[in-house]
Write a protein that binds this ligand. Sequence first.
Ligand SMILES: O=C(O)c1ccccc1NCC(=O)[C@H](O)[C@H](O)COP(=O)(O)O
Length: 267
Amino acid sequence: MSTAADAPDILKRIVEQKAQRVAAQKQAMPLAEVESAAQVADPVRGFKAALDQRIAAGHAAVIAEAKKTSPSKGLLRADYNPAEIAQQYAAAGAACLSVLTEQDFFKGSDAHFRQARAACNLPLIRKDFVFDPYQVVEARALGADCVLLIVAMLEQAQLQDLHTQAQALGMDVLVEVHDAEELTRALRIEAPLIGINNRDLRSFHTDIDTTLKLIDEVPATTRLVTESGIATVDDVATLRAAGVHAFLVGEAFMRHPDPGEKLKTLF
Ligand SMILES: O=C(O)c1ccccc1NCC(=O)[C@H](O)[C@H](O)COP(=O)(O)O
């Protein structure tokens, strides 16, 4: 598997490692077996519906992320306990959770995802790097309610096909973009849920202006999520004033002794 030629290096490196893991996983558990597991998986919890509901009630909708480590920041949380974190997020009023499962760069695992989902009733996105239809079925078999598709690492036909496949399995899809060109590609597949990632994956610099600059290009019927680098009450106020009401936050919560308490102070 190779990523789009102009994808940032970090995505190329992650996908290279991931491709080896997916190949091994296919040997260990052939597609037919994963499909059977997906058929008897826990029913889908509506991810986008949970965001929409929270926003319709006049609140910000928070996708609270659990991640132990990130490529840009290294170790974020030594005492990483996904079940405990999920309970804290749920009690603090998160709309949905995001749990990293990527092993090599984020030190995530499928076990983390299972533990978090079993510990609360919220919908969860399986945060991983998806390029193979096998991974979409695998995500549903694991109990995922939503999967992430990163436009920067996918060809257009691949993006379209994976999106259609995930929706056919009943999951929502967060289609992630970083700039106007990627946003155009996300809109071309009529993605109902689009995340604008404020992290430049070449410099790792985050800037909420990335969202502010693109917001006018997003149709009102699309649910827009702003992702990354949201750290202060001012960030939240600025984005809400501009019409953004769904937020994906990881680091600011992970660095706090009680991630739920941090959520309550930010939102
Ligand atoms: O976070 C990174 O270093 C990173 C590097 C390469 C690809 C993706 C990366 N992050 C994934 C995310 O999108 C964030 O975990 C998510 O948006 C939350 O961001 P933050 O609140 O800044 O932790």
